[in-house]
Design a protein around this ligand. Structure first.
Ligand code: NAD
Length: 375
C-alpha cells in the first residue's frame, strides 16, 4: 500500500506512525482535514492482521469524522487513531500514557476519545499525559457516556424523517423496529416509548431484551426477522454493514433511521437501491452525531443542556439534507456528503480571504512606512 498515494486520494493532511518499544505501543494517528478545527476522533484498539489493514482503517475512519463534524456544524476537523494490539490482553497504563504522549506531541492538531476496544478508563490514563482527550468521566470534568445524547439526536432525526414521509413529526402509534438494545438502543427505546410509538426490538443478547421489553412494552423479535417487519421505521442500532444485497430485498419499512455506524455495506450502491425502492434512509453519520456533539461540548467546558440542545438540532440538519437529496434526485448519503464538502469549501475560502486580506494590509503598511509622504 503506497502511503502518500492513499493519503492523497482521500485528501489526508497528516499521518503519524508512533512506535514505543518500551511499552509495545504501535499506533497510527490520521489527521484528515483541519479546515474547520482540530481533528477529533476516537482511538480504536484492534488486533489487525496486517499493518496495511490498520492504515486502511484509520484513513477511512478519519475521513468519516471530517464529514460527520462538518454536517453537525461543529468547529472540528476529522481524525482517528488506531492502536495495533489485542484489547483484551495488551491494555495497561504504560501503553495508554505512551499513546497520550504522542497525542500531546501533535500540540492539539488531533484530539482523541474512546472507540471500539478502548474505554473511559483508558482515556483517563491518556489524560495524564495530554489535555487533548475527550470522553472522560463526568467525575473528572468530562462528558461521560455519550449514548443518551446519541439517542436523543437519533430520536430527533427519526421525527425529521417521519415528517418528510408522512407530513407530521409525531411518533405516536408509529411502528418502529430497533435492532440492538445496547447503550444507545436502550435510551432510544425509552424516548420512543414516551412518544407513544409501538416498538419491536431484537438483540443477539437475549438477557438485554427481557427487562427493556417488560418496562417499555416492546415486542421481542427474532434477530433474523427484524428486517421483514412491516413497520414505519427500521432503526439499526447494533452493527455496521447490515443494509446489504441480502437484507435489502427483505425490507418492508418506509424509513431506515438508526444510530449504528456505516449501516450501508456499499454506500453508493445500497444508497441508490434504497432510493429506487422508495425507502428513506437517514445517513448514519448525520443522525448519530449526538455522541460527537457531546464530546465537542467537553472541549468548551461541559454543559449538559447545551449538548442536548445541539443534539436536537439534528432534526433541522437532517431535514435540510433530505430536502436537498429530493431536490437533486440523489441518494441521501450523496446529499449529506455534498452538504459536508460545501461547508468545508466555504470555510476554507473564507479563511483564504482573511489570510489574503491580512497579507495585503501588511504589504500596504510596508509601502506607507517606506514612503511616509504617501500617508
Ligand atoms: P453497544 O455495544 O452498547 O450495543 C450494541 C448492541 O447490539 C448490544 O446489545 C449487542 O448485543 C447488540 N448486537 C450486536 N450484534 C448484533 C446483531 N448482529 N444483531 C442484533 N444485535 C446485535 O453499542 P452502542 O454504544 O449502543 O452503539 C450502537 C451503535 O451505534 C454502534 O454501531 C456504534 O458504533 C454506534 N454509535 C454509538 C454512539 C454512542 O454514543 N454510543 C455514537 C455514534 C454511533
Amino acid at each position: 500500500m503506497e502511503v502518500f498515494e492513499s493519503m492523497e486520494s482521500r485528501g489526508h493532511e497528516q499521518v503519524v506512525f508512533s512506535n514505543d518499544p518500551i511499552t509495545g505501543l504501535k499506533a497510527i494517528i490520521a489527521i484528515h482535514d483541519t479546515t474547520l478545527g482540530p481533528a477529533l476522533g476516537g482511538c480504536r484498539m484492534w488486533n489487525y492482521k496486517k499493518e496495511s489493514d490498520a492504515l486502511k482503517d484509520v484513513l477511512r475512519l478519519s475521513k468519516g469524522m471530517t464529514y460527520k463534524a462538518a454536517v453537525a456544524g461543529l468547529d472540528l476537523g476529522g481524525g482517528k487513531s488506531v492502536i495495533i494490539g489485542d484489547s483484551k490482553t495488551m491494555k495497561n497504563e504504560y501503553l495508554f500514557r505512551s499513546f497520550g504522549r504522542f497525542v500531546q506531541g501533535l500540540g492539539g492538531r488531533y484530539i482523541t476519545a474512546e472507540d471500539v476496544g478502548t474505554s473511559v478508563s483508558d482515556m483517563e490514563w491518556v489524560r495524564r499525559e495530554t489535555k487533548y482527550v475527550t470522553g472522560i468521566s463526568r467525575a473528572l470534568g468530562g462528558s461521560g457516556d455519550p449514548s443518551p445524547v446519541t439517542a436523543l439526536g437519533t430520536f430527533m432525526g427519526m421525527k425529521a424523517c417521519v415528517n418528510k414521509v408522512f407530513g407530521s413529526d409525531s411518533l405516536k402509534d408509529r411502528k418502529i423496529a430497533i435492532q440492538g438494545i445496547g447503550h444507545v438502543g436502550a435510551h432510544l427505546v425509552e424516548l420512543l416509548h414516551k412518544a407513544g410509538a409501538k416498538l419491536y426490538i431484537s438483540d443477539i443478547d437475549e438477557e438485554k431484551l427481557k427487562p427493556v421489553a417488560k418496562k417499555y412494552r416492546c415486542k421481542v423479535v427474532n434477530n433474523d426477522k427484524i428486517y421483514e417487519l412491516d413497520v414505519d421505521i427500521f432503526a439499526p442500532c447494533a452493527m455496521g454493514g447490515i443494509i446489504n444485497d441480502e437484507t435489502i430485498p427483505k425490507l418492508k419499512c418506509a424509513i431506515i433511521a438508526g444510530a449504528a455506524n456505516n449501516q450501508l455495506e456499499k454506500e453508493k450502491k445500497h444508497g441508490k437501491d434504497l432510493l429506487d425502492l422508495g425507502i428513506l434512509y437517514a445517513p448514519d453519520y448525520v443522525i448519530n452525531a449526538g455522541g460527537l456533539i457531546n464530546v465537542y461540548n467537553e472541549l468548551q467546558g461541559y454543559n449538559r443542556e447545551r449538548a442536548l440542545t445541539q443534539a436536537e438540532d439534528i432534526y433541522q440538519i437532517l431535514t435540510e439534507v433530505l430536502n436537498s437529496a429530493e431536490r437533486e434526485g440523489v441518494p441521501t448519503p450523496i446529499a449529506s456528503n455534498r452538504y459536508a464538502e460545501e461547508r468545508i469549501k466555504g470555510i476554507r475560502s473564507l479563511k483564504k480571504t482573511f489570510i489574503g486580506e491580512r497579507k495585503l494590509n501588511i504589504e500596504r503598511r510596508k509601502i506607507t512606512e517606506a514612503n511616509p509622504e504617501k500617508r
